[in-house]
Design a protein around this ligand. Structure first.
Ligand SMILES: *Cc1c(COP(=O)(O)O)cnc(C)c1O
Length: 356
């Protein structure tokens, strides 16, 4: 029998979550963001399940080609565009769309001789200060792209830094509106947080990512309260149970000492499976469907849990690390990170299954 850990992907939940995004922005088309191996869910699995999306957005050219060669006919958008002149023929041959965010990319396009024209997304830096043209340079870059024989159409885009936080989108939206003034072209602005909270950002194409995978982009709103259902469930089993006397220590560094007699369970899941090593004592976990907590340091292949709340749990008892019954958002918050990181760090050694 294999080690009992597994990740199960609920494809009906994935479809539900796309429907939630669409219902928020009924007039817009939807890119399903499937970068980072579809946030750990498997790119081809997600693309196949999300056939109601209008297109798929990701980063990696080889990955995009793989999606195209799997038979996907819909638009595919490269969110960072291309990295070298050499990438352009592949992009054209496979009918991919590319973000253009800098002068170097414009020049590459202008100097390329391609077998087909490329749809491009001209990206404005409206305040995040990672990628994108400065507001003062934007209109000129867009005109050059429109004039290029290699470009089949231009969409205007930007990305929000704090649509999930206190600053919101107002300042960046204002910057985008003035930089794009007079350019009668389609627009794409909204990530999941903006899809859910700022209808004024929906425009022509929304770009939901994390919400498709059933997690909340907000620290102050649960996924469930947004109508989202968990897609990835990481589950395992107890492979040992032991009694500790008061003062007995658990795991590397003896980081946890039993304050009194207690039972603990050893779970077949560790950081080599993608569980965060820095998850502290108290991080929630389900054993036999009941909520308890991690105690002691997470090791490579195992972690230890308090069986106080589940006195009848023995070897073989089911354990949920996150997913159905225990939002990844809660585990992430306890571990000082975000659900995005938990999901996309699931490792290749974890066996995978699908349902729905
Ligand atoms: C990752 C990404 C998104 C999706 O963001 P979520 O917060 O996961 O919804 C949208 N647009 C761009 C440009 C991205 O890189």
């Amino acid at each position: 029998m294999p080690r009992p850990i597994r990740a199960t992907f609920d494809l009906a939940a994935l479809r539900n979550n796309l429907a939630v995004a669409r219902a928020q922005a009924p007039g817009a088309r939807a890119w399903a963001v499937v970068k980072a191996n579809a946030y750990g869910h498997g790119t081809l699995r997600a693309v196949t399940a999300l056939d109601a999306a209008d297109g798929f957005a990701l980063l990696d050219l080889e990955e995009a080609v793989r999606v195209r060669e799997a038979g996907v006919r819909k638009p595919i958008l490269l969110l960072e565009g291309f990295f070298a002149l050499d990438d352009l023929p592949t992009i054209a041959e496979h009918g991919l769309a590319a973000v253009v965010h800098c002068e170097e990319q414009v020049r590459m396009l202008e100097s390329a001789g391609l077998p087909a024209r490329i749809p491009v997304y001209a990206k404005l830096n409206s305040g995040m200060n990672r990628l994108g043209f400065a507001p003062a340079a934007f209109a000129d870059a867009v005109r050059r792209l429109q004039a290029s024989r290699m470009v089949s159409g231009v969409t205007l885009m930007t990305h929000f830094a704090d649509a999930d936080g206190a600053r919101g989108v107002a300042e960046q939206l204002g910057c985008f509106a003035s930089a794009a003034a007079g350019l009668a072209l389609p627009r794409s602005l909204a990530n999941s947080a903006a899809v859910l909270r700022y209808p004024e950002t929906h425009a022509d194409w929304i770009r939901p990512g994390i919400m498709l995978y059933g997690c909340s982009p907000f620290a102050d709103a649960s996924a469930e309260s947004l109508g989202l259902e968990p897609v990835m469930t990481l589950a395992s089993e107890l492979i040992a149970v032991r009694e500790l006397a008061r003062g007995d220590r658990v795991g590397y560094g003896g980081a946890f000492a039993a304050p009194k007699r207690m039972r603990i369970g050893v779970v077949a899941c560790g950081y080599a499976d993608g569980y965060p090593r820095h998850a502290p004592d108290g991080t929630p976990v389900l054993v036999d469907g009941l909520r308890t907590r991690i105690v002691g340091r997470v090791s490579m292949d195992m972690l230890t849990v308090d069986l106080g709340p589940v006195p009848n749990a023995g070897v073989g008892a089911p354990v949920t690390l996150w997913g159905e019954g225990l939002p990844a958002d809660e585990v992430a918050a306890a571990a000082g990170t975000i659900s995005y990181e938990l999901l996309c760090r699931l490792t290749a050694r974890v066996p995978q299954a699908e349902r729905g």
